[in-house]
Design a binder for this molecule. Structure first.
Ligand code: ATP
Ligand code: MG
Length: 293
């Protein structure tokens, strides 16, 4: 495959757990995505950008080789796919697709820490990440590579333990397995090619990255407005979650009180509002933020 002259390419998962959120991120960054002539390629109609829709396993290689300039993929897939050659670099974590690669085993196995795995067979789709973990722990175990349905391996006597991705833990539980160790924490990341785009596209590439960073940092962020007695200003500022220096403004005809406006980077829960109120705040408003840069 050769890159199309004069266009950037972003690799996204075609279908699966990351597909919808990846497309949302691209759209929220202001790219108008339209279906292309085939399923593999979607076009962006307001910029010279194409989306290449592929299996997630292929994304790190496409980006590393410069077939795509950017890609959205799970850190677990990126890490497992690393080889000796030039690799794609992580631009930023994206805050979705969170999951954990865990070691799990049936309750029958007498488990007292990683050393209990010595000499056993462990089934996984992530042999490289697992081997690195076992080496770090000084454990010699056999790894059985399975492409899917890893959780059935102990029941089929293919392995004594498994190392698999977990988000809620429901699959493990349904298969009578108990999570024991965290091997790798993962989420979706934006990755960038070590191969620079054509000079004419460099600026566009940077602006897409900056917009995506804006989308990610505004996720969950809220704009909080409230009135506060001057005397309670320090206490109230301390309660606002993840706020930098707030804007403090006078209130007409009130010398003892001020208006406080702040961008809160973390979730603002009802508990937070109750604490603010208890500290003396009134007329509290929490507003969503659409864009941030
Ligand atoms: P593809 O057809 O693209 O190869 P896949 O079946 O390999 O898809 P998905 O199951 O769609 O992959 O998962 C994609 C990514 O979603 C995973 O690599 C991981 O980063 C993330 N993820 C989040 N939660 C989970 C979970 N509970 N189980 C598996 N993956 C998860
Ligand atoms: Mg895959």
């Amino acid at each position: 495959m050769s890159t199309v002259q004069g266009r950037l390419r972003i690799a996204v998962q075609k279908s699966g757990r990351l597909a919808d959120r990846s497309l949302d991120l691209v759209r929220d960054a202001g790219l108008r995505v339209v279906k292309g002539a085939n399923d593999l390629l979607y076009k962006v109609e307001n910029y010279p950008i194409d989306l290449l829709r592929v299996r997630d396993d292929d994304i790190p290689t496409f980006v590393a080789d410069g077939v795509c300039d950017l890609g959205i993929v799970g850190e677990n897939v990126l890490e497992e796919g690393k080889n000796g050659g030039a690799n794609a670099s992580v631009v930023m974590p994206l805050g979705f697709g969170k999951c954990t690669l865990k070691l799990a085993c049936p309750p029958m196995l007498d488990y007292a820490g990683p050393a209990s795995l010595q000499g056993l067979r462990i089934a996984t789709s992530y042999p490289k990440i697992l081997r690195r973990y076992l080496d770090e722990q000084g454990i010699g175990a056999d790894i059985v590579v399975m492409r899917g349905a890893v959780e059935v391996a102990p029941r089929l006597k293919l392995a004594s333990a498994i190392c698999d991705l977990v988000s809620t833990g429901a699959t493990l539980e349904a298969n009578g397995l108990v999570a024991k160790e965290t091997v790798f924490e993962s989420q979706a990341v934006l990755i960038q090619s070590p191969v620079a785009p054509e000079p004419g596209l460099q600026h566009l590439l940077e602006s897409i990255i900056e917009r995506m960073a804006g989308v990610v940092s505004s996720q969950g962020a809220k704009y909080v407005m409230l009135n506060a007695p001057r005397s309670a200003l320090d206490a109230i500022t301390a309660i606002l979650p993840g706020a930098g220096a707030p804007t403090v403004m006078p209130l007409m005809g009130r010398d003892d009180a001020v208006a406080v406006h702040a961008v809160c980077q973390e979730a603002v829960f009802w508990e937070t509002l109750e604490k603010l109120k208890a500290a003396g705040a009134s007329a509290i408003l929490v507003l969503p933020i659409e864009k941030m840069m």
